[in-house]
Design a protein around this ligand. Sequence first.
Ligand SMILES: [Fe+2]
Length: 478
Amino acid sequence: MESGNLNSSNSFFELGVNRNQKIYSLKNVPVQGKIPEWLNGIFIRNGPGMLNLKNRRLNHWFDAMGALHKFEIRGGKVDYTCSFIECESYKGAIESGELKFSEFATDPCRSIFKKVQSYVFPSLPNMTDNPKIGVARIGEKWMALGETPMQLEFDPETLKKIGVSEPVPGAFAYKTTAHPHFDKEHAYNLVVKFGMISYYKIYDVANPGAKPIASIPVKRPAYIHGFGMTKKYFIITAGPLVVVPIELLFWKRPYIENHQWRPQDGASIWVIDKATGKVKAHFNTDPFFCFHHVNAWEEGNEVVMDINAYDDASIIQKYYLRELEQPNLELPFGTIRRFRLNLATKKADVQILSDACIELPRIDYNRFNTESSYQFVYGVSVHPEQRQGFYNSLVKINSQTGNNTYWFQKDCYPGEPVFYPSPNSKNDEDGILLSIVLDTGLASSFLLILDATTMQEIARAELPDPVVYGFHGEFFPQ
Ligand SMILES: [Fe+2]
């Protein structure tokens, strides 16, 4: 492990956030090291690509116009291409230089509001259709996913738009997640429907038009970014970052700023039977906030749920650009917390598995999701020896022992590590991690390939330019 010094200025912010993605393609990206010969396929990552519109800078990391990055890995060679996501929000921003749709924490200016206002709710701006968070194959479609139910189908060759998919018709008054759960035949997702009575609903989005599997009425819906699933149950966790839906009707401020942190309410957890859609148990716990579920399974009378949680929702405040540009930025630490939800006693016990900071957590999902035998969580982290600044390391957490292993290199800001198993892999560390890393020393990014067992570098493919720091990707073997 190398130790690094703090940059005197926030070069991470200038290279990784406060800029617009350069769009280009490159054959035969220079590779250092040797890419495993069995690693063939495409790695696609979604995330922000444009935070400075011609006439306006957006407020928050989650507001950006999205961009897709693709690394095609074949025979040890790597080709790269990227593209902005060609949704209406992006097109409007390019044509006008202004924001035309309401993003997470930035609204169009009021004069534009009036031009595009919805006839359904006259005071509301049009919600973004910008699916900038994740990617997935749903059925035969390659989808870019966001938090509005209008998801975008793209061509995996060119990354260009094929069409939009609206698995929940009448998407205007809904929010959803970019983290569907998969089993052999289904792709489940959570939808939050706002109204006089609001609902959390679970749909099978692989079957557009199908009725919801579960529907839970709720007075103050929470901001929810993901949910959990075991073999038998769905798990909805709702921290007390909540909105009174009537406030959305008046829409006096951007979407997320209509929410209030109400710790006095605690957090709610619903365990829902997948077969019947009925609530099996409801738990009210001490308040917490989380973006990401990690894994969940059943053990006797208990449902065990690992999530990447915070004591409160202040992490959302820290992702505003005005915060990210501070040289002395200190992010709140998210940690892996294990909840044991007893379905008989309705008691919930919680334990922090490791004190390591983690975000953008990943596991070997295809083999170990819903399995109690899972051990390892991988994510981005703030290294304990370099506390200030943005996520500057990768961490591997052993969920059974709490041991942590880091990858850390001076001036480097690695993005989400995506696990892919080696051939004949025996466990959930026998494989590689793929992460796009911003190197502020070189003012460029590279695709890092790590040995997930040792967290040592195997190879890197070096791009000539920096990639804007993003969210979620997937590796698709081919
Ligand atoms: Fe996410």
